[in-house]
Ligand binder design. Structure first.
Ligand SMILES: Cc1cc2nc3c(=O)[nH]c(=O)nc-3n(C[C@H](O)[C@H](O)[C@H](O)COP(=O)(O)OP(=O)(O)OC[C@H]3O[C@@H](n4cnc5c(N)ncnc54)[C@H](O)[C@@H]3O)c2cc1C
Length: 281
């Protein structure tokens, strides 16, 4: 398949990239793992492609004052293997290791993934469970939004025209907490049929903090707050997992009908929570 003819620009500075992102029939290019197939299928027909690959600093991963900053152009492989993410937000590193295959992890980026907001993408579950914030910039604006505010619907985010994802900001995980990402992968694509990211902090005999992010089940990833509350008020993992997805109309497709998907989400929630609890100090 051959894409429609397009112009290609590779800005060398962020200012240049922001100026180009602002208007016109343009598309930003990150890893190209989603955009290029869409262009080849002519589902996307931009007049110009603006490659972020030469903008300095966009792929950096750092930590200071308890905040981990992951640049939009950090690849899934970098997120998985960075000593910073492994030490300070291991749930994100673990989640990255579940994405696609090695080629996809070597090329795909966290910024491209969250901007695309596929309902079956892995990162959104972890970013919700980690209370992450997304830093968005344009030629005229500079703001951060919570992950919950960012992911609005299937393939729909809070990104305004001209805005780009600059970085993802994650409060460092407490060293005592347990975490786990559990995923039922689609056998053909590798995407999440459902994926559950769990974090648990505990005192001697009770859970003091629970965070559960769910992807794949609904048009947009969400936090299972009702299940978190059950755990934080002394309920069991089985009781908490049993309410995951309550009040949500589950996605349904040829591979996984709605009731099967809901069942999977609850099974994987129980597994993720149990593993997180076992890891918690
Ligand atoms: C075979 C295959 C298997 C996959 N399996 C999985 C999986 O198991 N789990 C999973 O989560 N994902 C999976 N993916 C998707 C993969 O993670 C992609 O990397 C990701 O969706 C897009 O990232 P990218 O960097 O390639 O972005 P691109 O394809 O370059 O861009 C995607 C979209 O985001 C926009 N964009 C890119 N960067 C920015 C930015 N900084 N700010 C604003 N907009 C931006 C682009 O304009 C475009 O609209 C798979 C992909 C393939 C091809």
């Amino acid at each position: 398949m051959i894409p429609q003819e397009f112009d290609y620009t590779a800005p060398a500075t962020l200012q240049e990239a922001l100026a180009l992102a602002d208007g016109g029939e343009r598309k930003l290019l990150a890893g190209g793992m989603t955009l290029i197939p869409m262009m080849k299928l002519r589902l996307a027909t931009p007049a110009e492609v603006v490659d972020l690959g030469r903008v300095p600093g966009l792929a950096s991963i750092s930590q200071s004052d308890g905040l981990v900053r992951v640049g939009a152009m950090a690849t899934h492989h970098a997120v998985e293997t960075s000593p910073v993410t492994r030490a300070h937000c291991p749930l994100l590193a673990e989640t990255a290791s579940h994405i696609g295959d090695m080629q996809v992890r070597n090329m795909g980026t966290i910024g491209g993934s969250i901007a695309h907001a596929d309902p079956a993408a892995d990162y959104p579950a972890a970013l919700l469970a980690l209370d992450a914030r997304i830093h968005l910039v344009s030629a005229r604006s500079d703001r951060t939004v919570s992950a919950a505010e960012f992911f609005l619907d299937a393939f729909t985010t809070a990104l305004e025209p001209g805005e780009i994802v600059l970085e993802v900001q994650i409060p460092a995980q407490d060293v005592t907490e347990g975490y786990k990402y559990e995923k039922a992968s689609h056998p053909a694509s590798g995407f999440a049929v459902v994926g559950v990211a769990a974090r648990v902090q505990r005192s001697a005999d009770r859970i003091t903090l629970a965070r559960i992010g769910v992807t794949g089940l609904a048009p947009s990833a969400f936090r299972a707050r009702n299940a978190e509350q059950i755990l934080e008020s002394g309920g069991s993992i089985a009781d908490a997992a049993a309410v995951v997805g309550e009040g949500i109309e589950p996605n349904s497709d040829l591979y996984a009908a709605a009731d099967y998907r809901l069942h999977l989400a609850r099974v994987y929630a129980a597994r993720a929570l149990q593993a997180a609890l076992t890891r918690a100090a």
